[in-house]
Design a binder for this molecule. Structure first.
Ligand SMILES: [Zn+2]
Ligand SMILES: [Zn+2]
Length: 340
């Protein structure tokens, strides 16, 4: 079978591998769609965000969906022919985090596409418990995008308490922030979307944002205050990882409000006295989702006809992987997906 390696230094290697066979409790999935993510660029550059000794030597891709092709011994929960998306984290199955469904928090976790072979390949082997059933009517592309992009943002909205009587500000309208617009609207909230790029703001409006705000002047804080009678928004989500946007999220959120940081960054400066303590504000980090949330994520996507395919600006074949990663790196695409 064919698969894509990202050994670093902006190299993309499309090569052949032996077809995988399922061990006990595992399934082989024939991949139908596999989405590219900003975190894949850490491999592309050679500084893997999930770092292990052999980073870049595994097939890339942690947002796949496909059809179960073969089941190993003792597999009972999925069958050949089932349509599934794949949960990216493989946990030990025994620690307190795994027992709660937070495989991505397991101390011994493995990550698809980083520390074991991932979804940018024709075939993929995973434990049966990592299969997330796709409801009828959800496409493979939607399935791929529903894990890391939509699932992460939907989970963050749930943790914050986003609901119909709340106003949410979303900072950074790349694929994650755009998925956040869809997730917050799905929960009924009023959504104020902030990004310096006008085409991203227009796209957020197309996805249902109530207002799109250019942060150039004051990071958008004055507009957000004016939009909320000077009180501030109930919740803010930063998807940019940018210091200015993170501060604006804290400044524009009202007393007792909640802020979630989603966008990755290694360092930032905030003012805890003014931004957190005396506003009694809650700041959370949120990353991916608990596997038990999948049923709700899939149901909301199908019952509300959430147009996840709209987030995808480009599709590629595996043979076009070099072009795909180059265009994604140069921000000539938003969400991009390998289709088979
Ligand atoms: Zn991702
Ligand atoms: Zn574990």
């Amino acid at each position: 079978m064919k698969g894509v390696l990202l050994p670093g230094n902006r190299q993309v290697v499309v090569t052949t591998f032996p077809d995988p066979a399922p061990a006990n409790g595992e399934v082989v999935v024939r991949v139908k769609a596999s989405a590219i993510c900003r975190s894949d660029l850490s491999l592309y550059y050679g500084q893997a965000v999930v770092q292990r000794d052999r980073a870049g030597n595994f097939i890339s891709g942690h947002e796949p969906a496909g059809v179960v092709e073969e089941v190993g011994p003792s597999v009972t929960s999925v069958m050949r022919g089932d349509r599934v998306a794949i949960y990216l984290a493989i946990g030990c199955g025994h620690c307190r985090y795994c027992r709660h469904g937070d495989y991505h928090l397991c101390p011994d976790w493995e990550c698809l596409g980083f520390t074991r072979n991932g979804g940018n390949a024709e075939l993929l082997v995973v434990p049966e418990r990592n299969c997330l059933r796709l409801p009828d009517g959800m496409s493979f592309v939607a399935g791929a995008v529903s894990t890391d992009a939509f699932g992460t943002l939907y989970s963050a909205c749930c943790k914050l308490g986003v609901a119909g009587d709340k106003t949410v500000a979303i900072f950074g309208l790349g694929p994650m922030g755009s998925a956040g617009v869809l997730a917050a609207k799905a929960r009924g909230a009023r959504v104020l979307a902030i990004d310096p790029l006008s085409e991203r703001r227009d796209f957020a409006l197309e996805l249902g944002a109530d207002r799109a705000i250019d942060p150039q002047a004051d990071s958008g804080v004055a507009t957000l205050m004016a939009e909320t009678n000077g009180e501030g928004v109930d919740f803010a989500v930063d998807c940019s990882g940018n210091n200015k946007a993170q501060n604006a999220a804290l400044d524009a959120t009202k007393r007792f409000g909640k802020v979630a940081f989603i966008g990755e960054s290694r360092e930032t400066t905030i003012n805890p006295s003014d931004q957190l303590i005396r506003k009694q504000l809650t700041l959370i980090g949120s990353w991916y989702f608990n596997i038990s949330e999948w049923d709700d994520i899939a149901r909301v996507i199908t019952t509300q006809n959430i147009p996840l395919e709209k987030l995808v600006t480009n599709t590629f074949s595996l043979d076009e992987a070099a072009t795909a990663f180059q265009m994604f790196d140069e921000r000539k695409t938003e969400k991009a997906v390998f289709v088979f």
